[in-house]
Design a protein around this ligand. Sequence first.
Ligand SMILES: [Zn+2]
Length: 319
Amino acid sequence: MPEGPSVKMFHSVTCLFVGGVVQKATGSTRQICPEQLVGLKLQQCQAHGKKLYLGFTSAYRQECKDPGMVTVPTQSVSDPASVLILDDSRKQQVMDAGPQGGEQEEARGSFLLGQGLSTPQRERKWLQFHFGMFGSVRANEFSRANRANKRGNWQDPSPRLVLYFPGGQFLVFYNCRIYRCGSPASSHTSDILCPEFNRNLALQALQLAQPICYTLLNQHLFSGLGNIIKNEVLYLSAIHPMSLGCLLSVEKLQTLLDQVIQFSYGWLDNKLKGKGLKYHIYQQTQCPKGHAVERAEFGPPHGLQRATWWCPVCQPAVQ
Ligand SMILES: [Zn+2]
């Protein structure tokens, strides 16, 4: 599953296309209508934890705001974002109807253009990408089949979304869920790869009376931290995954936080340099010191159980 470092790398790929106007859009997604992105300008990209956000504006309206340009017509079939331009009374009705954006809005219907109101921020349309287990983003190349499927066919993966830009450039999104949203609604203070990551809040969370491996995967507390980072940093901190946070010393938890940050930034750096990552414990049968590794599925009661590897010698259980 793409974790924070992977999504930050996807972000660096999509940022190269900022300022480009979508010439054509295709893809198998049913969560949005790709054709409705045609004619929009990719204005901004953001990554928060495991989510990527792309913000679009109408290229036509942006150009017409420049000094000296003619007055923008209030209705224009050539400007897709103007289709739902509203008069003042209607704007108020829409604004009174409920919150703009956020998780509630994601679940509703198709990607409606022109929901933007009068301010620049509201004119921006955001798409939110969740990458699931095998999601990816590519620039100017399609993913090719590297093995035959169960029927023996060499079928290339089907993109969820392809955005074509001028000059034959394109962005391809695979194995992701796509939602429209009002704006990126995420706190930087919980993002492990943000300078604003709040260590004090994180430390308090780690001291909860629950297994430390449950706390680490809580995206509200450690946005971007996935199962690989969890396994690796617990090994590097010599902490048993099922240790209760409240039984661990503050020094031990500070070491764990150091490892979370160092490991995540190191992984991101490797990715940006095109280097792979050698795991210490994740999916290993022996730890780096040669001890036999144990594996089990751990997760909160009624919650997702995640594969966990640990060394019983290097990571002794805390009673
Ligand atoms: Zn060991």
